[in-house]
Write a protein that binds this ligand. Structure first.
Ligand SMILES: C[S@@+](CC[C@H](N)C(=O)[O-])C[C@H]1O[C@@H](n2cnc3c(N)ncnc32)[C@H](O)[C@@H]1O
Ligand code: SF4
Length: 478
């Protein structure tokens, strides 16, 4: 097969690729957050959420249960068989805890600000949120609506495993007001599916996608992964072709994050069957070309959206944002995380993370305590660097004018300090300086090496991280 790929300097790519570098879903990355006790967490929350101009809210709810665990998965999940004798009890106990945490957070917010803040987004992630049955889904959502005020135009989204859902469940979700769904598709090739322990035939995904459209969801997203064992360029192209036949509104095309020293289940992956960096580059270029030719806008590091979709509109009007849930709208919101491992994000102010283990989380909440484990209060410089990195990951460049307009930040001092490193990256063809005093990543070389350029603005990394990587274990950079 021949591919009409954009020309890329593979020698330069080869020098920068494969380095251990963060993806900056947060800045500073969670590895730099510290242990906090409930007293300190309370202080961080009050400092971040108090003040004269309270922000509207976004809620993230983490539901960790999975009927079948996939061998590649780096998410915080627990294996549970729905038909096992203790499953109902375990889910009930977990939901009791999440609902109780929602009440506590809502009361605390009201006490701090004197009024309820509008909630503009709700996102359920996991694990597998659709592990819950319709009764449990209704119970959780209605309990949240009792203590939080959802705006009429709110975006309500949920991650769905096509193998663990049904028409009845999708109708329940739509009836409750969920308007966006995200299917974990990953790859359609039977051999790849078998090796990663995720058997999910094309016919199943096709049927459930048609069903979602029929029921009237505003937006359907597919998660795909490239870099999985036994993937070849041909199998990835075939997955892309099937995806384009089903026309999702958004596509997340994730690079496989292989971190077996931190994710035990990945030790079952056959490392010899992983595609090389060069092959993965071809997969990415080929996917980008095909998605863009099919009319999708290429957004940030790894997202594609149809031009009329909310995300593509947010990209055009400058309100796009990047978080633990991928590219999102609503960057100006305070994100309250509920459930095990959930992270609360207070933009440019701080982070709080909950206990990771679901049982431990539920028993801490049942005891009336705060389930926090980690957190960080951001200084001014951390907050400004966070905004610069957000600009880079969302818009494939850094624009001082946009940063000033959107975040009120003067990026010039950071750009001046970074100039020698940026100069080196420019000489290698990763970026070009622009008249506004910022820079744009080149396409495709700079875009596929976005994480290397981002490393220049991460003050927690060594000065040479962009071309040398760091000793700490992150997944490889491209
Ligand atoms: C919580 S799961 C999605 C919902 C549901 N559990 C499912 O699998 O369909 C979130 C997504 O993270 C992505 N993901 C998980 N582990 C990954 C890894 N190691 N590298 C890249 N993406 C990964 C997958 O694409 C997955 O769909
Ligand atoms: S990819 Fe989804 S279904 Fe698979 S283990 Fe991860 S969270 Fe569970």
């Amino acid at each position: 097969m021949t591919y009409g790929l954009p020309v890329i300097d593979r020698e330069t790519f080869g020098r920068y690729t494969g380095l251990s570098l963060p993806r900056h879903v947060a800045y500073p990355m969670p590895s730099w957050w510290h242990d906090v006790d409930p007293t300190e967490a309370g202080l961080i929350r009050d400092a971040c959420l108090g003040g004269d101009s309270p922000r509207d809210l976004s809620l993230y709810i983490h539901l960790p249960f999975c009927e079948h665990v996939c061998r590649f998965c780096a998410c915080n999940k627990v294996s549970l068989k729905r038909k096992s004798p203790h499953a109902d009890e375990m889910v009930e106990g977990y939901l009791d805890a999440v609902i109780s945490e929602a009440r506590t957070r809502s009361d605390a917010l009201e006490a701090l600000g004197g009024a309820r803040r509008p909630v503009r987004q709700i996102h359920w992630g996991g694990g597998t949120p659709t592990f819950l049955n319709s009764r449990e889904i209704e119970r959780l959502h209605r309990a949240c609506l009792e203590v939080f005020d959802l705006t009429p135009d709110a975006e309500c989204s949920i991650e769905i495993d096509p193998r663990s859902t049904s028409r009845e469940q999708l109708e329940t979700l739509r009836g409750l007001g969920f308007n966006r769904i995200s299917f974990g598709v990953q790859d359609f090739d039977p051999k790849v599916q078998e090796h990663v322990n995720r058997i999910q035939p094309l016919s199943l995904v096709r049927e459930i996608t048609h069903c979602a459209r029929d029921i009237g969801f505003e937006s359907v997203n597919f998660d795909l992964i490239y870099g999985l064992p036994f993937q070849s360029i041909e199998t990835v192209v075939s997955t892309i072709t099937h995806t384009l036949e089903l026309l999702p509104d958004r596509i997340a095309f994730y690079h496989y994050a292989q971190i077996p020293d931190r994710v035990a289940i990945q030790r079952g992956i056959d490392h010899g069957a992983l595609p090389s960096s060069d092959t993965k580059l071809t997969m990415l270029l080929e996917a980008t070309r095909r998605f863009v030719e099919a009319g999708y806008s290429f957004i940030g590091l790894d997202h594609f959206a149809r031009p009329d979709e909310r995300l593509a509109r947010a990209f055009r009007d400058g309100s796009i944002h990047r978080s633990f849930q991928g590219m999102t709208t609503g960057g100006e919101l305070d994100l309250i995380g509920l459930g095990c491992s959930a992270i609360s994000v207070f933009p440019r102010r701080g982070y709080i993370q909950n206990e990771r283990d679901p049982k431990k989380y539920a028993s801490i909440v049942a005891a009336g305590e705060d389930p926090v484990i980690k957190g960080l209060s951001l200084g001014i410089e951390d907050g400004e660097r966070q905004a610069i990195l957000m600009d880079l990951y969302c818009y494939a460049g850094v624009c001082p004018e946009r940063l000033l307009a959107v975040s009120g930040i003067d990026a010039h001092p950071y750009l001046t300090a970074a100039r020698p490193a940026l100069q080196r990256l420019a000489e290698d063809g990763l970026l070009t300086f622009n008249r506004a005093g910022g820079f744009d990543l080149t396409n495709p070389l700079g875009r596929v090496l976005m994480r290397n350029v981002a490393a220049v603005f991460d003050a927690y990394l060594p000065a040479n991280a962009a071309w040398s990587g760091i000793p700490q274990s992150f997944s490889s950079s491209a």
